[in-house]
Design a protein. Sequence first.
Length: 126
Amino acid sequence: MKNIIISLSIFIITIITILLSLNYLNKVCTELNKNASSLEDLVNNEDWDSAKKQSISFLSTWERYSNQIAVFVHHEEIDNINTEVEELSQYIKSENKDEALADISVIKFYIIHINKFEKINIQNIF
């Protein structure tokens, strides 16, 4: 009887931890996506000074969260976003609108992909 209680307790703790982790990952992805969208608006409006500040803010936000979400996500995806964020900051510094918008689009795609890949659904279970 004691073994059943211990096993059930461990199982419940595991489920709660998974749900909390997914909730955290969802919040992080939502925040990053919102920041990327505001950066995209600034680049579209060619407000380069504000875009530079926003890109620095986005970079620091990404660096803060990337180590934490690396626990949940493939490191390849983290590396891809790291590369794109660094390229984005250079495109914004050089005021290259087309390349900056392309990079923002790729970053948003990766963020959405991370969020979608980690959701609980039948495809991700099997």
